[in-house]
Structure formats: C-alpha cells, structure tokens
Design a protein around this ligand. Structure first.
Ligand code: GLA
Length: 729
C-alpha cells in the first residue's frame, strides 16, 4: 500500500476516492458525499479497505476495479470482454502511468483534485493497451471513458465484445428506480428492490429507445425527490447500450456501456475503440443528482445562450396537408399570439403526401411549394419570427428518387431489405458518398432557405442494420456518423439550433444532447401524461431543453379533453410552444393563449436558469408538483396538478428547493381564471394563521413551505395551477 496512488477527486459536495495499488487497475473506494478528510486519514482508510487479489488467494472477495477483471478473481460481468481468434479473452492489465489532467503522478503519491485522472495500462500477454479516464466535474458529475487499442501485429483482429464500467454504490442503497415506456408514453417509472444478480436494461433498437430507461437510480430506502441518498447512472450514447445494477456477494455497482453486436468492433493492428462516456451522479434526493446533469448540458447547449423563443410547430395543425396559403395564415396568427419561432414539420419535401414516400428527397415538393420554401421563410421572418424545418436525415423511403438512384445506400444485414418500420428504411451514413450527399443537401437547405432551427427526427428502430455487401453490424458506426454530421453542421452554422426527436422521446441521452439544443419529449400532448413525461425526462434534461407544447383540447393521442388553462399550466415550465390549428380558435381562447404566451415570456429566464424540483409523482392518488427555483432562491414557480382519482379532498404539497431562511409571498394562477394573473385563491386566504394582506400574496416562511407545505383541494380531478413564490422583503 505504500506505493499506492490515492486520488481524492472532489467537488463542492461530492468525493470520489480512487486507489491504484501495485500495477492493478484503479478501484473506487468511495463515491458519494464529500468527505472532509486529511491525507493521513485517507491513507489509513485506503489501507484498511485493502483486499487481496488472486495471488494471495483468500476467501475475501476481490474488490472490483472500475473495469473488473475475471483474471483477478472477479466473477461478475467483466469490465472488458475481448477475444482474438478465440484466445486473449481474459486480459490482466498493468498500470504504466497515471496522469492528473495531463501531469504525471508518481507511485505513492496522494492528491486531492477537481478534474480528470487518466490511467494508462497494458496487458503484455493479450497485447492490448488501455486508457481509462475518470473525471469529476466541478458540478459533482462523475464520468468515465475507456480507450482500447490492439497493440498486436497479429493479422487476427481483436474483437471487442463489451466494455462495461463499474461505479460502486453502497449496499444500503437497496431500492432502484428506472424507467420504461412506449410510443406517446415515455418514461414510466418502475421502482423495485435491488436483489442479488443483474438488473439489465438493454437497448438493441439502434436508437436510445422509447422504452429506454434513460437512467438508473439506486437509493436508500424510500428515497424521493429531495430526500434519501441516491446514486444515478447514465450511458451517454444514442445507439445500442446497456444500463445495469449488479449486486454480488460483495458489492453493488452501476454497470454501463455500449452494447456491441457480434463482430461489430474488430480492431486490426493499431486500431482503437473508444467507449461512450458513462456518467454517475450522486445526491441527497433525485433532484440534487439531476442538477449535475443539467449543469453539464447547460454548459454546452446553445439553448442557454438566449431566451427560449416561444415556438409554433405545425404538425398537429396540418399533418401532411401542406398548402402554402394555410400555412402562411398560421404563421400570421402565430405571430399575433406572441410566437417567436415557426417550425414547418413533415410533409414539405418531394413526394411526401403521407408517410409512405419521399424520405431522402430533401427538396421542396413543387405541388405544395411551387416557389420553394423561401417565400414562407421570408413571410415568417417578416413577421419577426425565426424559421425552423423538420428533417429526418438518417432515413429513406424505398419510394424515393434517392432509393431508386442508390438502392445500395440502405443498411441491411442480409441480402434482402430489412422489415419496413413506418414504411421506411435506414440510410447508410457509414457510406462516405451517402454521408457527403446528405451533409451537402442539409447545408444547402440551411443557407438557401435561411433556417435557424432543425427538428431532427428518427422514426424507426434499426432492425438488421448491417453494412450493405458484408452484412456486418453497423449500429456503432451509424451512430458515430450521425454525431459527426451534427458536429459538422453546428461548426458550419454557429447559430443553428437542433431539436432531437425520435417518434417523440426516443432519443434522449447525453450523447445526442451534447450536440442538440432541445428535445421533443413525446408525441402525446395530453397534459395528464405530459406532466409525468416532463417530470421524469427532466431528471436528465433541463427545462429549457424540454419541448413543451399546448395542443388541441381533444388530445390526438388519448382522445381525452382538457381545458386550456390545464394544458397551458402543464406546458408552462419548459420550452413553451403551441402545436395546434390556432386558426380555429374562439376569441376568448385566443385571448387566453396569448396571455399564457406573454406570462411565459415574462418568466422564461427563471425557467431557463433555475433549479428544477419535483414531488409527489410516485403517489398517483395525491397532487404532484414540478417546480423551478431561481439559482439565488429569491423566486420560484411550481405547477401543481391534482390526480385523476383522489380519495382525499385536500392534500399537502411541499415546496422543495426553497431557502428556509427567507419568507415568500405566495400567489396562484387559479386553474380556470384568466385574470388578474396571479391571485390568492380563497382556500389559501382563508386558511387559519395566514397573513393575507392583499393580492400581492400571502407571506410564509420558506422552512414552512419546504418542510410542511400548503394544503391544496384535490376534489376536482385533473386541474392544474401555477404557484408563484417571491421572496418577501
Ligand atoms: C414523429 C414526430 C412528430 C412528427 C412526425 C412527422 O412522429 O415525433 O412530432 O414530427 O414524426 O412525421
């Protein structure tokens, strides 16, 4: 242990203690709450935690490294699964060097650091070199990435089966929360005890997936939005991947990585494979863990640069029925409501009269748009709005000029074409010619039409996605090709914003979100469903990146009918927009919608910069809350929704995130009211002990609001209110 390197990665409230002893791969001894420890204490802790490896054979279980090795006596999933010609399947890595943000660290050194530590290792027998980065960001977000190089001169390639990192979690975290879903019902929570074995959530869909868990949380019993210790894992990749919790006789860990198909990554001499980033976020309560992901995205996304423009997307207004006069009229109406970005959705390009044809032919359909898209784009800009356009660049319809000209540009694992899915196939972007063609087409469109926003869709799972010709799996390369294309378009168009959509929320992960600025969380705008989709997707994605549209009273997906204030209140805490044929609005509806747009514009900076919080979502019989608290704690907005079925007539809502030391004035936009905008309803004003002076609101202590909460009436099902809190004095 004397020669051990000890790295204490720290952020303000998180510690990660890593020990690298002898020449073995590093072990994380602690990932969790920040420890105020001196060097000597750290050394003593590391020594006390020491456990023998295989050489000292003992009954004590091997302590798993960040990439646990079977050769060292680990019997769970190996960190690195490889083989070369049926051998080299059980590597044992030796550390060659360790660097802290580039500066070499000597054996025996102990360092406390914020940033990255990189371990350089090799295995002389299997002739593999490995680089493992562990990075603790100043926000407390942990991320790791591995690079594997075939250092052998053998002509036999090194096949990489999987690289799955292991982030240890204390076994007292014995409850898991992950998510499932389907089209229009993304992010349905499932909570369950953690038992011995592997709980694995795979995506083999070639996209993140509508059913993708997005993240896996393990927490102490009963953990919630603002209480209980929670460890969250996430794999930042949009192709096949796996999230797992692995509980063995000695440990619990989050395991995550890309899911590689058979033979998908075969490294020839000198070639390397780099894994996606795998993230870990610790916090007291889910919200604290979630804020670290938000910080990461906010530092990268173009959406944090300027106020989020209120958007109108025409999809649910016109579907494929494109007619220049109708859509121009919609634009005019939209601008009168205060809309700032107008997005033309699917149906604008050659041959696209329904979803059976046209994908790949990215020029305006002459029947619908005889003069091209420029006249509409100019009309939109003339009204003071930005112009955005829907595209689905990774896809192709067999009924398209592109498929007729290049039938060999379609991914397939077998001689025949894969099964159709929404009548479409996947364009082979790993083919340099197809890639160059699509990149040039998009680039030209953006310049010619003056597009400042792309809604980038991806409407099918990848079935049998092989390279045409060889049939070898192509999901990995296809995914990285899409990333390259997005990076290149953003490089060429520094102000272009991109929305990630995949049949709704089928592509939500940090891999795609590092290169896009907003997501379309779901095709369901039904506020009952949408509230929960926004809340749970919001654990990973900050509110200003969550597309949040008000649609028609009768939901196109569920057929349920909801009032306008309810729909608006649920959509309020996000990147607000409209997806509805607003030409048919009655005068009072138009007035109400314009009011919501203007109020949203007034408060959007708070939504965009504040800290999201939630509560009550796991109890379907009580009210649920989504809120956003200003970074300085001086103001907050909460959406409260009553449940569809409630046995109780009143229920308390606690306002998490508030500053206990401040007093707050509470005002409420009552569900069915249009004005005055922020009222104090009777049920608050008349509550005993309340100092209700005027309509400026009732003053409460932050501690009372946070810890005890206010009672809300729950006898009206499916109502929503926006509660506004402002620090008094
Ligand atoms: C997907 C999207 C929708 C819409 C349609 C267009 O389903 O999720 O918002 O863009 O495609 O075909």
């Amino acid at each position: 242990m004397n020669e051990a390197r000890i790295v204490h990665l720290v952020s303000e409230d998180v510690s990660v203690i890593i020990v690298q002893d002898d020449d073995s791969l590093p072990v994380i001894l602690h990932w969790g709450v920040r420890l105020p420890v001196e060097d000597e204490t750290l050394r003593a802790f590391a020594a006390a935690e020491e456990r023998p490896g295989l050489e000292d054979v003992s009954d004590l279980p091997y302590r798993a490294s960040v990439l646990p090795e079977h050769s060292a006596g680990w019997f769970g999933r190996p960190g690195v699964e490889v083989q070369r010609d049926g051998a080299a399947w059980s590597p044992r890595f030796s550390i060659r060097a360790v660097a802290l943000d580039g500066a070499e660290m000597a054996a025996g050194e102990l360092r406390t650091h914020t940033g990255a530590v990189t371990f350089f290792a090799h295995d002389a027998f299997t002739e593999i070199e490995l680089e493992l980065e562990i990075d603790l960001q100043s926000s407390g977000l942990l991320r790791t990435r591995t690079r594997i190089r075939n250092a052998s001169s053998s002509p036999a390639p090194l096949e990489v089966g999987s690289v799955l990192v292991s982030l240890p979690i204390p076994v007292r975290a014995n409850e898991a929360l992950d998510f499932t879903g389907r089209w229009a019902h993304e992010r349905i929570p499932q909570r369950h005890p953690i038992v011995h074995g592997l709980h694995v959530r795979e995506s083999r869909r070639g996209r993140t997936g509508l059913d993708a868990t997005m993240l896996v949380a393990a927490g102490t019993p009963g953990f919630g939005s603002d209480d209980g210790e929670v460890w969250v894992g996430h794999v930042g990749f949009s192709g096949n991947h796996e999230h797992a919790l692995e509980r063995t006789d000695s440990a619990l860990a989050f395991r995550g990585g890309e899911l590689l198909l058979p033979g998908e990554v075969r490294l020839r001499s000198g070639e390397e494979y780099v894994t996606p980033w795998v993230f870990g976020s610790y916090g007291v309560g889910l919200d604290a863990a979630s804020h670290r992901f938000h910080d990461f995205l906010r530092a990268r996304s173009r959406s944090s640069r300027r106020p989020r423009p209120v958007t109108l997307n025409v999809w649910e207004a016109v579907y494929f029925d494109h007619d220049e006069a109708t859509i121009s009229a919609l634009a005019t109406e939209a601008s009168q409501l205060g809309v700032e970005r107008f997005v033309l959705d699917d149906g604008w390009f050659r041959g696209r009269r329904d979803d059976r044809a046209g994908l790949g032919d990215w020029t305006p359909d002459p029947a619908a748009w005889p003069g091209g898209l420029r006249p509409l784009a100019e009309h939109v800009r003339g009204l003071g709005m930005e112009f955005g356009l829907w595209v689905e660049p990774e896809m192709i319809n067999e009924d398209s000029d592109l498929a007729r000209a290049h039938p060999d540009w379609i991914l397939r694992a077998r001689p025949e074409l894969p099964a159709l899915f929404r009548f479409q196939q996947v364009l082979d972007l790993t083919n340099p010619e197809a890639y160059a063609h699509i990149l040039a087409t998009l680039d030209d469109l953006i310049r010619d039409v003056g597009i400042s926003y792309l809604k980038w869709d991806h409407n099918r799972d990848l079935i049998d996605a092989g390279h045409p010709g060889t049939g070898r799996p192509a999901v990995h390369e296809q995914t990285t090709a899409v990333y390259r294309m997005l990076d290149e378009l953003r490089r060429r168009h520094p102000d272009l914003e991109i929305e990630s959509c995949a049949s709704g929320g089928g592509r939500v992960d940090l891999g795609i979100l590092e290169r896009t600025d907003r997501i379309h969380p779901s095709d369901s705008h039904d506020p009952i469903d949408r509230f929960h989709i926004l809340r749970w997707t919001g654990l990973l994605v900050p509110p200003e990146m969550l597309g949040s549209h008000v649609a028609s009273a009768v939901s196109s997906v569920t057929g349920r009918t909801h009032s306008l204030p309810y729909r608006c209140a649920v959509a309020f805490l996000g990147h607000f927009g409209i997806e509805w044929d607003i030409r048919s609005l009655a005068a009072d509806e138009r007035e109400q919608l314009a009011w919501w747009v203007s109020v949203h514009r007034r408060f959007r900076r708070l939504i965009q910069d504040g800290r999201p919080v939630g509560g009550g979502e796991l109890d379907p019989s009580g009210p649920a809350m989504r809120g956003i608290v200003a970074a300085d704690g001086a103001a907050a907005l909460y959406t409260i929704v009553t449940p569809p079925v409630a046995a109780d007539t009143r229920a308390r809502v606690r306002f998490s995130g508030l500053d206990d030391k401040r007093d707050y004035r509470v005002t409420v936009s009552a569900p069915e009211s249009l004005g005055p905008p922020w009222q104090v309803p009777d049920w608050i004003r008349d509550a005993p002990g309340i100092d209700a002076d005027d309509d400026a609101g009732v003053a409460f202590s932050g501690a009372v609001l946070r810890l005890v909460g206010l009672e809300f009436p729950t006898f009206h099902p499916e109502r929503a209110a926006i509660v506004r809190l402002t620090a008094a004095g």
